[in-house]
Structures are given as C-alpha cells and as structure tokens.
Design a protein around this ligand. Structure first.
Ligand code: ZN
Ligand code: ZN
Length: 366
C-alpha cells in the first residue's frame, strides 16, 4: 500500500512537475515571442518613421528657399495666369506687327493712288517738289526705324561674365542684374535699361533700341500728321460725296470714284487718329527722356521721391545729366553735324555705352 501510495504521490508529483514545466515553457515561449514581436514592430515603426522623415526632407529640399516669402508664394500661385498672359501677348505681338505693316502699306498705296495725283495736277511746282521730298523722307524714316526697332535686340546682361556691376540677382534668369536692368516675362530675359515691352514692335524697348523706338514714334506721328493735313481737302470733298449716297435718286458715280472716296475717308480717319494717339505717346516719352527716366523707373523714382520726402530728403536721379545732355546721349549726338546725319537721316550707330552701368546711389540732400 505504501508503495502504492508512494507511487501514486510520485505520479501526481510527476504530473504537477510536468504541468509546471509546461507552463513555465509556455510562459517563456510567450515572453520570447512577445519580445521578438515588439522588436519587429519597433523595427517596422522605426523604418516607417525613417521613410517619412526622408520623404519630408526630399519634399522640403525641392521647394525650400531662404528667400521664400509671401510675394514668391503669390507669384507661384499666379504662375499659370502669367504664363497665359505672356503667351497671348507674345502671339499678339506677331499679329500687331503684321497690322502695323498692313495699315502703313495701305496708307502709302492710297497716297500714291489718290492724293499724289491730285497734288501733281493742281499744285505749283515748288509745292509738288516739297511734297515729294517731305513725303518720301518721312516714309524712309518710318520704315527704317520700324525695321530697326523690331529687329535690334534691346540688350541683355552677359551670361558668361560673373563679375559685372550688379544690384541684385534675377530670380528667373539666375544671373546678376546690372542697374536699370529688369526682367521681361514676355521675352523671358533680363533687358538692359528696360523701358517696356512693346507689342507693336513684338520686342522689348531697352538700351540698344530705345533710339529706334523713339524715332519711329516721332516720324510715324509726323508722317501721319503730314498725310492727314495733305488729304484734308480731299477728305471733305469725299465726305460730301458720301453724304449724297443717301439722296434720292442716288448719284450715278462710277465704281472707281466711290472707291477713291472711301479710301480717302479711311486714310484721313486713320492718320488723324494715329497722329493724336501716337503724338501723346511720343510726348510722354520725350518728357521721360528729358528726365533720364525709363517707363519702369518713372514709377520707382516717384515712390522713392515720396519715401525720401517723408524723411525730409530730396531724391536726385543719378542718371540725369541735364535735359540737353540726356537727349544727346540717347540720340548719339557728339558733334553738331550728328543732328543731321544721326537724327534727321537714317543712321544705325549704336549707343556709346554697353548698357552695363555702375550702380550709382541716388544722391540725397537734406
Ligand atoms: Zn531675368
Ligand atoms: Zn520683352
């Protein structure tokens, strides 16, 4: 019995030991499994965090700029709008150049066909000579200066030279910007002494073609004024004839007469309108040239004058060398004969300076 009882206790003890051992093994296994899983989870979490930080770094490095501010962000937001406006203006530039050429040609053809024959048949010889020389001189000047203004580059800062006098860096071209240089978004380039982008020339007006632009405006105004005055008598006559169209019975004018009358009316209305509009523009640019300011600088200098005025100081334009000297510098007049050879006659001389001016501080005085 003892043996039986001892064997039964031993069996129980053995069973409980086995159970204890199994439980311990199971716990150990669970602990081990739990530990290993935590490490894996930690490892996966770590990898994800690392990936997230790396992506963030990549994203930030793509757009980060220490100069970024609200203006830059606004510029970026409006970039598609600017792109559309710039491209439409660039496309319209070609249309406008064709329009100028077409209208100028039509005016010349009408003058040759209808105005000049009247002058030749009715005016005394000295008036005929004056009309022939004046008309052809104006036509030559208009064609020459328009061709030069559209085909001459306004001048750009050199990209191969780094050490040039500059006041800032162009954010679009990533090149130094010399004084008076501005970026033209239509030409997509920095322009030396930029005045404005002219759609009628499909070109920027800058350092190297400003004289051609101004001379074109001046001679075109004079040419239109000449045509308008010369055809005034014919216009009044044609206008009277047109009024008779509405009478009953209608006049029995032949086709060529009505064409001539309509052409003369078109000529007078067009040339008179251009004389007033372009005359105003020429006058405005004359004022700017006298003050040695470009259209862009007009606004900048105006703001600077006001800012300094509040501080009790006076703004002085550093590029203003006196009215006459400003004109001489623009027209390239160095000697007296140049007023004839370089201003009154077609001349393709270039400006003396290269357009890269040293920065001159605006002199202020109390
Ligand atoms: Zn630029
Ligand atoms: Zn431009």
């Amino acid at each position: 019995m003892r043996t039986g009882s001892s064997s039964s206790s031993s069996w129980r003890w053995q069973l409980s030991r086995a159970m204890r051992l199994s439980l311990r093994w199971f716990r150990r296994c669970r602990l081990q499994r739990g530990g290993r899983g935590g490490a894996t989870e930690r490892r996966i979490g770590g990898r994800l965090l690392e990936l997230w930080s790396y992506s963030r770094l990549l994203l930030t490095s793509l757009h980060f700029n220490s100069l970024t501010n609200a203006d830059t962000l606004l510029d970026c937001a409006f970039e598609p709008v600017y792109w559309i406006v710039d491209n439409v203006t660039r496309w319209f530039g070609v249309v406008f150049v064709c329009l100028v050429t077409l209208l100028t040609t039509s005016v010349v053809v009408i003058v040759y066909l209808f105005v000049l024959p009247t002058i030749l048949s009715t005016y005394p010889s000295y008036w005929v000579a004056w009309h022939l020389s004046c008309g052809h001189w104006l036509l030559t000047m208009v064609v020459f200066h328009y061709y030069k203004a559209t085909t001459t580059s306004p001048g750009h800062p050199p990209k191969d030279k780094i050490h040039i006098p500059s006041v800032s860096i162009c954010k679009k071209c990533i090149t130094p910007k010399p004084p008076r240089t501005h970026h033209c978004s239509i030409c997509n380039a920095c322009v030396l002494k930029m005045d404005h982008h002219c759609p009628w020339l499909n070109n920027c007006v800058g350092h190297f073609n400003q004289r051609y632009f101004f001379s074109f405006c001046l001679y075109m105004t004079l040419g239109c004024f000449y045509c308008s005055v010369s055809s005034k008598a014919l216009f009044l006559e044609a206008y009277g004839a047109i009024e008779r169209y509405y009478q009953t019975p209608p006049p029995t004018d032949i086709y060529i007469e009505t064409t001539a009358q309509k052409s003369i009316i078109f000529l007078w209305v067009l040339t008179s309108t251009v004389t007033v509009a372009l005359g105003g523009l020429t006058l405005w640019h004359s004022i700017l040239i006298s003050r040695a300011e470009t259209s862009v600088e007009r606004h900048i200098n105006h703001k600077e004058t006001k800012r300094l005025q509040e501080k009790g100081k006076v703004f002085k334009n550093p590029y203003h060398h006196g009215t006459m000297n400003n004109w001489k510098l623009l027209l390239g007049v160095e000697e007296r004969r140049h007023w004839v050879t370089r201003v009154l006659l077609p001349s393709s001389h270039l400006p003396n300076e290269d357009g890269i001016m040293a920065p001159e501080p605006a002199v202020t005085a109390h």
